[in-house]
Design a protein around this ligand. Structure first.
Ligand code: NAD
Length: 281
């Protein structure tokens, strides 16, 4: 990724939650190449550690920290360790998030008659809904409470949240995830305003539909042809293709880097091949 060279975050402390996951591990690896000291936070220490070790093996600076973004004591303990290891946070990327099957309906539309055992809206589990709202919303708010305190007045300080296409128009089947990501877009604007006098910008990216190892099997059949769901996505993506995780990176670096975005505050940047702009007609 050559354009990483256009950014210099030498000795900046970049804290990334969910960094044991697909997207944020990738961001962590690329951001480390800009000279930043990267803290990879994840509830799954093994995953975060694997990526941190890969970064260090390439000669860059990174360390993994086991952290539950829903537990203030855990986040505060991590904040103290990072401060000892690298110094206080300059840039926070709130990447931990996701959906849960318990908060997902089987059907796209309710019908007068549905096959037996269909998990409809009426069967969604309260604990699943809470899990998804908490992980995405509180899991962004609580780390921000802990890390932003140290970012006040630091040159170039900023926060990046991860929203979703669901925030604009909800996708079928996943009402809790859609609502939680809409809340993330809203919270991004709220934070941008709240911190605007103390030098912390806050923005978000809203990724469109990406192919990753996790969803490849859902999107393509054994012969590599798009599945029915994949075709629906492609039909509604004006550029007619899926994005790659690497195509999110430019947006992240742009928002992180005050050389490029010092007056950009409170935006949710869709990176979606035009999906959110398209009515389908
Ligand atoms: P992922 O599932 O690969 O990674 C999420 C990571 O969060 C995992 O490593 C998991 O262990 C960690 N995590 C879960 N609960 C945690 C907790 N309580 N505390 C700390 N860490 C916890 O997901 P991803 O695809 O890399 O997505 C990253 C972010 O991007 C999420 O917010 C997701 O909602 C968002 N997003 C992803 C896509 C996509 O296509 N992959 C699209 C839009 C938005």
């Amino acid at each position: 990724m050559n354009f990483v060279k256009n950014h210099n975050f030498k000795d900046k402390v970049v804290v990334i939650t969910g960094a044991g996951g697909v997207l944020c591990a990738f961001f962590a690896k690329e951001i480390a190449k800009t000279g930043a000291k990267v803290a990879l936070l994840d509830i799954n220490l093994e995953a975060a550690n694997k990526y941190a070790q890969e970064i260090v093996a390439e000669g860059y600076v990174a360390k993994a920290y086991q952290t539950n973004v829903l537990d203030l004591d855990s986040i505060r303990a991590t904040r103290d360790l990072i401060t000892q290891d690298f110094g206080t946070c300059d840039i926070l990327i709130n990447g931990a998030g996701g959906n849960n099957p318990k908060a997902t309906t089987d059907n796209e539309f309710h019908e007068f008659s549905l096959p037996e055992n269909t998990k409809s809206f009426f069967d969604l589990d309260k604990s699943g809904i809470e899990f998804v709202f908490n992980l995405n919303y509180l899991g962004t708010l609580l780390p921000t409470q802990v890390f932003a305190k140290d970012m006040i007045g630091k040159k170039g300080a900023n926060i990046i949240n991860i929203s979703s296409m669901n925030a604009y128009t909800p996708l079928t089947k996943i009402p809790a995830y859609s609502g939680a990501k809409a809340a993330i877009s809203n919270f991004t604007q709220w934070l941008a305003v709240y911190f605007s006098r103390v030098g912390i910008r806050c923005n978000a990216i809203a990724p469109g539909f990406l192919v990753s190892n996790q969803n490849r099997a859902l999107l393509f059949d054994a012969e590599g042809k798009p599945t029915a769901r994949a075709n629906k996505i492609l039909t509604n993506t004006p550029m007619g293709r899926f994005g790659e995780a690497s195509e999110l990176l430019g947006g992240i670096l742009f928002l992180m880097d005050e050389q490029y975005s010092s007056f950009v505050n409170g935006v949710v940047l869709p990176i979606d091949g035009g999906f959110s702009a398209y009515s389908g007609v």
